[in-house]
Write a new protein. Structure first.
Length: 1199
């Protein structure tokens, strides 16, 4: 099939080049219009359900709402997990679906299942849009630049900020792609009718009378059609109340028939409800004298969340366009308030743009370095340009493949997709390198023949003779990424796009080398002047001179080489189990999220005060730019956040800035050198984080957790909380669960490396006031317990009667007790209840008492559960978690209780199990392909010796890159130094994937040398001796170095970008691949010749030499040029076959003549460089590109 493709491409080469041009244009368009994101979709589809059940305790919320809903949703199609959280008046449920389920289908399933739960009538259900990882696109803050201190002005400011945010800003932010906008902070504007028991008793009015009178004052009904003589009109009956003064005039009837005005028994005020959330904005400014001024102003926070699959950059552009107009409008409309809309708190697009830019920069610089290597080794512009053409065309074909895969012909990329391309960039030219060099050399040999063959025949045969090994090598490299595509869960979602991009780009490169490369070579190479220049380039001569004595020494002492390599491999494998392990490397984010948990039971104001103290302390760090604090939760938020929990968003200054000056501005446009046009500012990020942690340690009694937004999101996906490790305890009784949780916490505090042990959810009990209604007494007075409970709810929580429209906004009308009466239990006991027997005080119908109860209850698998969380401070996450499990192994669990671990360690173990299961199968498949390619099991296993060599080099490099510091060594005994060094070297999942990728790359390069040994013995008459080994090694030296160097230099930008955004995961992978490939390439020049000389004789015994190889050729054989002559000891002049010193899969045409017997169609025969019979010769010039229809096919035996 491949022979047919090459022949068809050459017969239609003009069409092929035209199609290549179209491919370049389409691919360029797809790349230019590509949608970018920071990561692939890492989250399983999750649909949040929030149920408002006002005034109910957590136990009642769980019993009436959470349990019925969880039971109804648990059996829905594709549902994997249902987690319910019950707190005061709110139930929040997360419905987690299987990977790959359509988010819209998920939302539809949940919406259809919710009605079957049969919830209470006053429970308000909200099915929110499916959430996505990093769904926060923007975090905005609306604040006033005025210094407001007067309590009345502060109340007015908070009402105004919330009114503008809720009704002016929020609706405009719902551009296409926005799923929701949560608002937290400020005060929701309400018309409040406030009274107290004393005023009601003084006027002989009950709270029910007041509520009923206010409700009946609003009239909005229709009187039916009004008919006139020749027309008809609609009748509306209204009693509008639009101002507080209208409410004050409402008449309330008494039992004696008299009336009392509402203003006599209650006050009508504009205020807000009891807030469940608070927010503030902190920034640092400088006075004219240079002193630091800390600004702390109340604010309203708006969290803009995106829909799953929405393009973050496009969505950001739309939102920013809205924000520009909003800021101008706010300044113009409300000049007295000096309103400021802060949009630099959190902007997800900033990290995405930086990450994508860094990876694209790595890809670009890798391309430039690859081009430099090609020009240096090939020493010819035409051959280098012909090879480099494969790069953009391969990337263009990759764009078409991925665009078609998405079904919309739109390229969707992320850092992992670009990372796969950045890793493959050096390998995209490997196929073209071998193909172009072989064509180049064959054309050069053909020109020196007495009767040259047609150019197209030479190009075709040269491409076909090395095609078998190239195809096998490419399939081997693609095969090693199969474990990445089969990884389950989060790891598969993270790394599968990278593996898919890597394999797809290599297959695209293979297709380009089969079609475009031969067609373009037939135009560019025949007229090249360098075809007539014999000999190697200076670089190649120096390399061969350096390698020759090493090869001879290794061949003469192969057992010494084998012993040396064996010791290295044994030591590396012995070290491997002692290296520490982690899941993912840390991310370098410009934003930090610090959670501050105050003691349970504090009110919102106290929790906000503690959060503000933390924020003001952090503003003393010079690298901190702004801080936003919000405490509690937003209305309709799916997260049940307690009021004692504050989230502090810290924005840090960038770590580098452009250098000033014209020349630096120009340098920023130069690939590779552009990194020298920037300068670092401030302290290293590690020092800044250490400084922040040190300052946070001065808050005793407050639980603090710090991390980046991405890290927190990943932890939440893996563990269900913002921590690296989570321990879940299931059971029926809350008290027993709390006891077990406290025991786990105490044991965690004793584990070295486990830091920040804390409850992941509040499980402590808090004080409650319980009002128990006496059913019998209430019945004796003619009232039900429910009626009395509703009366108490009105007094304590307020009863919302209706909404009053005010322009675009709606203001709630609430009847309520005054704050003083709500805080006084004696006043509450004196509340009168209307009964048929007269007014009765509440204390005769109910008992008011202090009790304790849970703050929140969590339900999973239809069982109550608690969660204990901790972070890992050590590099050895595996060792720390195993120590945690060892210490909890003897934890006494009563019957019906169970323990479960979640987090990064469990995900790493799951991924590692799959890798260790699939990797041996991949190795077996690689050996099988090598056997098919080389025709010998022994030769296949000799090729695989490159794998342990590469792994040894990678492990040694990792150890050298992570040595312990002198200060760390001084703190340990010398006997512990080696263990400390191993602990400093942590292998993450990215490292292991690097080892997998390395297996395919070194196997691909290993084919080149072993296959050439076999070729020399089969087709060129060489015997199994030192001379053949030396010749084959030297002829393979340059192509192996070229392919290795292009891969290593293509990875160099990733190697230099340690810790930069977007390169955090790719850097450790690149270190393993580059270092392993470098060591394998260097050792391969010594080890493979020695091992083949030691074990390859049986391979030689199975080879049937081709009789044509014995024929004399007018072109001298390369063997005479590869070894010194016996008489003089000097190297003779190079033959024409050594034009560039780059040997390909076959050099038979330099030494073999064709058989006089005609070749039947399809029969394999080595390609000959000698002239064709006269009947096959074209009449045109020998350099004129023509394709002879009777030209022989290349040898299928040639590897």
């Amino acid at each position: 099939m491949f022979q047919w493709i090459i022949t068809a491409a050459l017969r239609n080469r003009q069409l092929i080049l035209l199609l290549a041009l179209v491919l370049a244009v389409l691919g360029g368009y797809l790349w230019f219009t590509a949608a970018v994101d920071v990561f692939p979709d890492l989250n399983r589809p999750t649909v949040p359900v929030v149920v408002e059940y006002p005034g109910r305790a957590p136990e009642e919320v769980e019993q009436d709402v959470t349990r019925p809903l969880c039971a109804a949703l648990q059996g829905a199609p594709h549902v994997l997990q249902v987690i319910g959280a019950s707190s005061q008046g709110v139930s929040a449920i997360e419905v987690i679906f299987d990977w790959g389920t359509d988010p819209l289908v998920c939302q539809q399933i949940v919406s259809q299942r919710v009605p079957s739960a049969r919830l209470p009538q006053d429970a308000v259900v909200n099915v929110l849009p499916p959430s996505a990882i990093l769904n926060d696109v923007f975090i905005l803050a609306l604040r006033s630049r005025r210094d407001v201190r007067d309590p009345k002005d502060l109340l007015a400011l908070q009402l105004q900020l919330r009114l503008l945010a809720e009704w002016e800003i929020r609706p405009r932010l719902f551009v296409p792609g926005v799923a929701n906008v949560f608002v937290i902070g400020g005060l929701v504007r309400q018309y409040q009718v406030l009274t107290d028991p004393e005023r009601l008793a003084l006027h002989h009015i009950t709270l029910e009378d007041l509520t009923q009178a206010v409700a009946q004052a609003f009239v909005a009904t229709g009187g039916g059609p009004f008919l006139e003589a020749q027309s008809e009109k609609t009748t509306r009956i209204t009693g509008p109340i639009r101002r507080p003064q209208d409410l004050e005039q409402i008449a309330i009837p008494r039992r004696d028939g008299s009336l009392v005005r509402l203003r006599e028994v209650a006050d009508v005020v504009i205020a807000g409800p009891i807030p469940r959330g608070s927010a503030a904005f902190h920034s640092r400014t400088y006075s004219p004298d240079g002193s630091v001024l800390v600004n702390n102003s109340p604010a309203v926070i708006l969290e803009v969340q995106r829909q799953p699959g929405a393009n973050v950059l496009e969505l950001t552009q739309r939102v920013e366009g809205i924000l520009q107009g909003l800021q101008e409008e706010l300044s113009r409309t409300y000049p007295d308030w000096e309103l400021q809309l802060e949009s630099n708190i959190f902007r997800q697009a900033t990290f995405i743009e930086t990450a994508i830019h860094n990876v694209q920069e790595s890809l670009r610089d890798g391309l430039v370095l690859v081009a430099i290597v090609l020009v240096l080794f090939l020493a010819n512009v035409r051959t280098a340009a012909l090879t480099l053409v494969a790069l953009p065309l391969s990337l263009a074909l990759f764009a078409l493949i991925f665009g078609f895969r998405n079904g919309s012909w739109k390229l969707v990329i992320n850092t992992m997709t670009l990372g796969g391309l950045a890793i493959a960039v050096g390998e995209l030219v490997d196929d073209a390198i071998v193909d172009v060099e072989n064509i180049y050399r064959r054309l050069k040999e053909n020109r020196q023949l007495p009767q040259p063959r047609p150019v197209l025949d030479v190009v075709r045969d040269a491409s076909q003779e090395i095609r078998s090994s190239i195809v096998y090598a490419t399939f081997i490299v693609c095969l090693v990424v199969a474990p990445l595509l089969l990884l389950p869960g989060f790891s598969g979602a993270m790394f599968a796009p990278m593996g898919l991009a890597y394999a797809a780009s290599l297959l695209a490169s293979l297709f380009i080398s089969l079609t475009v490369t031969p067609a373009l070579a037939s135009y560019l190479l025949p007229e090249a002047r360098i075809l007539g220049k014999p000999g190697d380039s200076p670089v190649v001569r120096c390399l061969k001179a350096a390698v020759r004595p090493l090869v001879m020494a290794a061949v003469r002492r192969p057992r010494w080489v084998l012993s040396f390599v064996g010791v290295l491999v044994v030591l590396a494998l012995a070290v491997l189990p002692f290296l520490s392990g982690s899941f993912l490397p840390p991310f370098n984010e410009d934003n930090l999220v610090i959670t501050v948990t105050a003691p349970l039971g504090v009110n919102l104001d106290e929790a906000a005060r503690i959060g503000d103290r933390v924020a003001q302390c952090l503003l003393e760090v010079p690298e901190v730019q702004t801080i936003t604090r919000f405490t509690g939760r937003a209305e309709q938020d799916e997260e049940v956040a307690p009021i004692n929990l504050s989230h502090v968003h810290v924005r840090l200054n960038p770590t580098r800035q452009p250098k000033k000056g014209f020349w630096y501005a120009c340098l920023r446009w130069v690939p590779i050198l552009d990194r020298f046009a920037y300068q670092r500012i401030g302290r290293p990020r590690e020092e800044v984080l250490a400084d922040i942690r040190e300052r946070l340690a001065y808050f005793p009694g407050v639980a603090i957790n710090m991390g980046g937004p991405i890290a927190h999101q990943i932890d939440h996906i893996l563990a269900g909380t913002e921590a690296a490790v989570a321990i879940l305890v299931y059971g029926p009784d809350s008290a027993t669960l709390r006891r077990l949780g406290e025991e786990i916490l105490s044991r965690l505090r004793e584990v070295p490396g486990a830091v920040d042990p804390r409850p992941a959810q509040p499980w402590e009990e808090m004080d409650q006031i319980r009002i128990r209604v006496h059913q019998q007494l209430a019945g004796q007075y003619g009232r039900s317990a429910r009626e009395i409970a509703e009366l108490l709810e009105t007094a304590l929580a307020g009863r919302r009667l209706r909404y009053i429209p005010e322009g675009n906004a709606r203001t709630a009308l609430v009847v309520w007790y005054t704050p003083e009466a709500r805080r006084n239990l004696d006043s509450l006991r004196q509340t009168f209840v209307d009964t048929p027997a007269g007014r009765v005080p509440l204390e005769q119908l109910a008992d008011v008492e202090y009790v304790s109860g849970p703050f929140s209850l969590y339900l999973e698998k239809q069982q109550r559960r608690i969660m204990v969380a901790c972070n890992i401070a050590s590099n050895d996450m595996t060792g720390v978690v195993e120590e945690i499990k060892r210490r909890l192994a003897d934890l006494p669990l009563p019957a019906g209780y169970s323990l479960e671990y979640r987090g990064q360690y469990e995900e790493r173990e799951t991924a590692g199990t799959y890798i260790w299961f699939l990797y041996p199968l991949v190795l077996l498949a690689i050996v099988t392909l090598l056997w098919r390619c080389l025709g010998s099991w022994r030769a296949a296993f000799l090729v695989m010796t490159n794998v342990p060599l590469a792994c040894v080099g990678a492990i040694l490099t990792l150890l050298l890159l992570h040595p312990p510091t002198w200060q760390e060594l001084a703190q340990h005994h010398w006997s512990e130094w080696l263990g400390l060094w191993f602990e400093k070297t942590s292998l993450s999942l990215a490292h292991w994937i690097g080892f997998i990728t390395l297996t395919g790359i070194v196997s691909r390069n290993g084919i080149m040398m072993i296959s050439h040994y076999i070729h020399l013995m089969r087709y060129e008459g060489e015997s199994f001796d030192e001379k053949m080994i030396l010749r084959g090694t030297l002829e393979r030296l340059v192509p192996m170095l070229m392919t290795a160097l292009t891969t290593i230099l293509g990875l160099t930008p990733l190697l230099l970008g340690a810790g930069e955004p977007g390169r955090e995961i790719l850097h450790p992978l690149a270190v393993v691949v580059a270092s392993g490939l470098l060591w394998a390439t260097l050792l391969d020049q010594i080890v493979t010749p020695a091992l083949f000389f030691l074990f390859g004789r049986k391979v030689y015994a199975t080879i049937a030499p081709d009789k044509n190889a014995a024929s004399l050729s007018p072109v001298p054989q390369e063997s005479s040029a590869a070894t010194p002559t016996a008489s003089t000891g000097k190297e003779p002049a190079p033959s024409p076959a050594q034009t560039l010193g780059i040997a390909t899969e076959s050099t038979s045409s330099a030494s073999a003549t064709p058989s006089s017997t005609p070749i039947p169609d399809g029969q394999a025969q080595p390609v000959s460089a000698s002239p064709h019979p006269a009947s096959q010769l074209p009449s045109a010039s020998p350099d004129k590109p023509q394709l002879s229809p009777t030209a022989s096919a290349p040898s299928s035996k040639s590897p």
